[in-house]
Design a protein around this ligand. Sequence first.
Ligand SMILES: Nc1nc2c(c(=O)[nH]1)N[C@H]1C(S)=C(S)[C@@H](COP(=O)(O)OP(=O)(O)OC[C@H]3O[C@@H](n4cnc5c(=O)[nH]c(N)nc54)[C@H](O)[C@@H]3O)O[C@H]1N2
Ligand SMILES: Nc1nc2c(c(=O)[nH]1)N[C@H]1C(S)=C(S)[C@@H](COP(=O)(O)OP(=O)(O)OC[C@H]3O[C@@H](n4cnc5c(=O)[nH]c(N)nc54)[C@H](O)[C@@H]3O)O[C@H]1N2
Ligand code: SF4
Ligand SMILES: [Mo]
Length: 759
Amino acid sequence: MTLNRRTFLKGAGVGTAGCALSGILPGTLAAYETQPLNGLGSFTHSVCEMCSTRCPITARVVDGKNLSILGNRNAKSFGGAVCARGGAGHSQLYDPQRLVKPLKRVGERGEGKWQEIEWDEAYQYIATKMQAIKEQHGPESVAFSSKSGSLANHLFHLAKSFGSPNTFTHATTCPVAYKVAAKAMFGGSLKRDLSNSKYVINFGHNLYEGINMSETRGLMKAQTEGGCKLVVFEPRFSIVADKADEWHAIKPGTDVTVALSLCHVLINDGLYDKAFVERYVSGFEEFAAQVASYTPEWAETISDVSAKDIRRIAHELAAAAPHALVDFGHRTTFTTEEFDMRRAIYAVNILIGNLECKGGLYMAKKAKTYNKFAGEHATPSLAKASVKSMPEIQAQRIDAVDKQFSMLWSAGGIYQSILDATLESKPYPIRGWVISRSNPMQTMTDRAKVVEAMQRMELVVCCDIYVSETAAYADIILPESTYLERDEEFVDKSGKQPAYYVRQKVVETIGDTKPSWLIWKELAQAMDLGQYFPWDSIETLRMLQTKNDPQMYKAIINDGYVSYGTPLLLRDTKAVAKFRARHPQALAADADGSYASQIKFKTPSGKIELYSDKVEQMAPGRGMIQYREVTLKKADELFFIQGKVAVHTNGASHAVPMLHRLMPENSVWIHPLTAGLLNIKSGDRIRLYNDTGLEESVAQVTPGIRPDTVFTYMGFGSKNKEMAKFHGKGVHCGNLLPHVTSPVVGMNLHTTGVKLLKL
Ligand SMILES: Nc1nc2c(c(=O)[nH]1)N[C@H]1C(S)=C(S)[C@@H](COP(=O)(O)OP(=O)(O)OC[C@H]3O[C@@H](n4cnc5c(=O)[nH]c(N)nc54)[C@H](O)[C@@H]3O)O[C@H]1N2
Ligand SMILES: Nc1nc2c(c(=O)[nH]1)N[C@H]1C(S)=C(S)[C@@H](COP(=O)(O)OP(=O)(O)OC[C@H]3O[C@@H](n4cnc5c(=O)[nH]c(N)nc54)[C@H](O)[C@@H]3O)O[C@H]1N2
Ligand code: SF4
Ligand SMILES: [Mo]
């Protein structure tokens, strides 16, 4: 039997009666046959989605079947490689547990009783419920959430068409603090030139496990080829710590003291880049006065990092400047004071003047900026396919209750405010929740609250590729085609030079699944909102995007990833010389051969702001960076911290057969001293508990962690019985973390206290 759309559709027609959990779940791929592989095959360029890093890939297909996945060689910084998860894409594609048919809940929420239904029935059901909520409570009572990325825009477009302002990405559970901090100080986001750095200070950026192919390879290249020194502050001996020149077992949540004391030494010992500060920075005097008391000796008392080491590291960093950087991290949920933690990190970078230098921090050069410098239309840009006369939305967002958060709404909103709104009517209840490519039951905090909020809703819709823990509580599950089965729009991937890439269908769609852009369009049509979705296909959207340049369309389709021009760092005279040689009409360089005089910041003062009036007005008392004590645990508890593991993605990949075999469960890292006191040995079953919840797993006794801290890889312990393979295996971190919203950046908090018990 051939594995094609026709046979799947045929197969999907059978067994549509409601059934409980018994072996094979309706709507999954389990019942379908596969066939042996032969032949050489063809290659398709596309984009990985095994995690949200979304690396450019090239997939090999034989007889219509995806065999293997490599990195797209046209994207140089990715080195033609993928990580273990990226290489396991076909294992997800052909996983028998994958969804291939819409499901309707026929039991209680979370009971696990499902019935396969047709798409039209699913749309009708959702549309009727959404209309009823809209009429009774207003469209704002429906929230829409999705992991950020191109497909989020389609869901959010549906939200706007429907009239709801309540759209959320995962941002407050992941990166938003470093983004808001950069916005406050530089007026926009920054990138790091890891591969050219000679000295990197890393505060828990887990790049050799929490993988981003380009950055991970960048750091590897710097260390192995460029002689870069890597200094790591981490409460545990992570792989990055293992590969570092120095590992300092910092106390969780105290990194800000070390960053601030680095600033203290740079200023006090006259090591900072005075010319840079004079030219680009405002608020230096106030900042210098602020850090005067933040000595390394002070930092040592809080962080357990030796003052002598901090002084030495500050001197080494200054000696390597400007080809050096302090990494601002990725997941920024270690404390409730992440805003100042990330601002303190940027402050060190500012003091060593690494902006727009090789090995430092830089701003992305999108087509508009690049062409301005080039003095010609050197690079085509993508147009936006916008729709005129969208409905006007009157209602306020549920998270727009306090102006201290006003820098983050455009960055995705406060995701967990759905809990406050639904459970406490703050400021009004959410009654319907449309979720796509997001698993808050596992990845937001306080699982019990997420369950309670979902139980209170009149409608929960989940679009996923598996019955995720969240989908298990939905009324309707909409099965999206996996990334290897769908076409998407062109995406801007610019870094030091403009670049674009595209996701293209690698194999024919399996089963009765659809890409989410089509799902949201068809749902809109079911609610008579079709006029807001005038495009009929992804091809139309791509053509609208590239309407000014058909060549660009062809280039991206053919190569999968296309970069234009030459890398541009504005204060790197070699890069500027190369750029000017390439573009004869380019702007004249400064006397020193750089474009230093052209650097602009979109802050109120037009400078880099160490002190921010805007922040002071938004959140009184917070204009200046400062240390604030935070309490993350009770005195008799241990710090509980988490991180990514190289072979899994958050809570998403645990069913994928190849990855499941590599790591089916997480264990809990415990220091021998702590374990000894509790009579715990490696392999013992243990309980972790606190005021929020209780979890059980296996102990792993290791000196690679502080005695006051326990660690586990996140994403395990899923409690939905549909996924029998990993149900209940390991610690469910979200079940131990309290529901918290941090000031200014609105972040979730992923560090808390736990007690241990040997079982
Ligand atoms: N305790 C704790 N919590 C955390 C973290 C932590 O370290 N500790 N990390 C945080 C971080 S950094 C992040 S980014 C978030 C991640 O939070 P989420 O984005 O919620 O988590 P994921 O597990 O990455 O993916 C969400 C869902 O997407 C589904 N999915 C995968 N591919 C597709 C697709 O092509 N289409 C559709 N529709 N669905 C798909 C998966 O099956 C999964 O159910 O979690 C945060 N939560
Ligand atoms: N393999 C894999 N790769 C991924 C992902 C994945 O799920 N799996 N997810 C992607 C996503 S969504 C993201 S956001 C990135 C995440 O990228 P990172 O943020 O780099 O990764 P994490 O592992 O979440 O966490 C950070 C590290 O911080 C340490 N840590 C915890 N508390 C503290 C503290 O107070 N101070 C210090 N200094 N360190 C602390 C943890 O031990 C952990 O090693 O990875 C991306 N890449
Ligand atoms: S880091 Fe790995 S899983 Fe994530 S997008 Fe890249 S190749 Fe895929
Ligand atoms: Mo993340």
